[in-house]
Design a protein. Structure first.
Length: 189
């Protein structure tokens, strides 16, 4: 069982970065005008086979407001999220720098979202199966509820994905992701 080939991940990521460059420049200026701090947010995440890497995102929260709790939800009206951050999160635009992680081979276009080490420490043996595949920018849990569903259910959806991964399923996830990005549906619990 295989999903999208690596060459397709590279092609999508490369094209995505080229197309997104003008937006990223505007977003960088807006982030700097809206709040103090860096434009890019970096965080250690756990990927395939438990390997850690640094994920890149556009910063959407106030400086020093990094939620570190396991499964800590960010609510729609969270005062730690900046005005620009609310817009970026609404359409998951803050995730565009993940394309660099795709080019580096740390993340795939489709797979379970990369997780925090503190979350992995709490996994059951079954839940650890989600680490058998490369994490993704979008995945089965994202198109089946995103943050509207409990953390444990999201992990179960990821394990289901590991067991049923295929090119057809990855293409289905991509189509559903595009629909969700246009509506912003399910981002907040």
């Amino acid at each position: 069982m295989r999903g999208l080939p690596r060459i397709v991940d590279i092609a999508i990521a490369g094209l995505g970065i080229v197309v997104a460059l003008p937006f990223l420049l505007v977003a960088a200026i807006a982030i700097k005008v809206d709040s103090r701090g860096p434009v890019i947010y970096r965080q250690r995440r756990v990927g395939k086979d438990g390997r850690q890497f640094e994920v890149y995102k556009l910063r959407t929260m106030r400086l020093g407001a990094d939620p570190v709790g396991v499964g800590t939800p960010v609510l729609e009206d969270d005062p730690l999220v900046t005005r620009v951050g609310r817009f970026l999160r609404r359409f998951s635009l803050d995730e565009i720098p993940n394309l660099v992680n795709v080019l580096r081979g740390e993340v795939a276009i489709v797979g379970p979202r990369p997780t925090l080490a503190a979350q992995v420490e709490l996994y059951t043996e079954r839940q650890r199966r989600r680490l058998e595949v490369k994490p993704g920018m979008t995945g089965w849990a994202q198109v089946n509820g995103r943050a509207r569903i409990p953390w444990e259910e999201r992990i179960e959806l990821d394990v289901w994905y590991v067991d049923h991964r295929s090119l057809a399923l990855d293409l289905r996830i991509l189509v559903r992701t595009a629909r969700l990005l246009l509506t912003g549906h399910g981002l907040y619990g």
